[in-house]
Design a protein around this ligand. Sequence first.
Ligand code: FRU
Length: 440
Amino acid sequence: MPDIPRPALHFTCSTWMNDPNGLLFHDGTWHLFFQTNPDGPDWGNLSWGHATSTDLVHWEEQPVALRVEPGELVFSGSAVADTANTAGFAGPGETALVAIYTSHHVPPSPRSGTQTQSLAYSLDGGTTWTRYPGNPVLDLGMQDFRDPKVFWWEADGAGHWVMATVDPPGRRVLLHTSPNLRDWTAASAFAPADPPGGIWECPDLFPLEADGETHWVLVVSVNPGGVAGGSGAAYVVGNFDGTTFTATGDFGWLDFGRDHYAPVSFSGVPEGRRLMVGWASNWDYAAAAPPTSWRSAMSFVREIGLVTDDGVPRVVQRPVVPLDDPVLAVAELTAPVVPSGVSDVVVSTADGAARVVVTVDGDRRELRLDRRQSGVVDFHPAFPSVDVAPLPPGDEVDLTVIADGSLVEVFAAGGRVTMVAQVFPLAPLTEVHVVEQRTS
Ligand code: FRU
């Protein structure tokens, strides 16, 4: 049997992969690290794989950056360029790239059964990495405590590093601060009264402007309890003063499909752009996914913005990929959202045997993605799904559907609504048809 067609412009690797890690732009190169099992198709031996790009579209896999060691799995985290050499890892004329990751301790580690935060640094632009001998740099003796996202915060000429981590079962984001990445002080915890989801993982916290005002966006991935079932990512907008995040609104969903988990943003991006990548899979069925020569993909890089709808700030997203690239099958249209207005975008293999149907339904004012006939669907009961997203007010909606071999991404309503779906056809999805039934 042929293997499932591998996406061309979505990053894939040939062994197990989950979360994006350490997203970083440095010296003209985009770095994408990721959770991987370098030795096999299944979750285990967690290490940081590595890929690089010069355009955010074409990715080249590099040697594994941080390999599992006896007693320590290398779980998710982030990376920064320590340009002021606050940690002291760099010699004269050098810049250290510093990875902040979770050490998941297993036997024979004396810390077995706990998770702590650790550092590694690279003095050659991200190719080779050295673990900091003073690890761990943050140990709260907790069994579950992970996924550090570190960024530099500055106001009035003074600044410090901020680390956001999660207490997964407590559904809390913990914030710590540091002058040097090595010594961390507890700053605050964000624990909303009505938290979404099961456990929380992979937090991110960053500023975005809307209407000339700066807001802070806190992203958390939840599993289970995502909007489409299984794992998914949520966000909430608020204020951040360098130590404490305060929500000013309610949680919303970053993506309404089933396959967008652990999205985090790049650090070191010029001109204040905020770019994120998610893992295009779902913990419900990732382990059972049919491909054999590759296991899963990352989402397209997305540029994130904020708009204000009726006074409420809301995240919008657009894909950073040239839609005219000949490897993609793309539909761009404006569809009516009025009673009896139904538009379908059908993406299929050349022989029509496998298909994904994206529907704008004006009666229900919703967008649906149906992958029940998308090829191999029977490997897990949660897979053959119809995912649904509400559409914002208005009597029409812009819609972009992008198919890349076996991955479909949908962006609608000015980027307010997005959906990622991996599918498993036996030939690539190359055909796109728009079937529109307008009301008069
Ligand atoms: C999220 C996650 C993280 C953890 C990593 C382990 O998908 O569970 O919380 O660091 O995967 O691979």
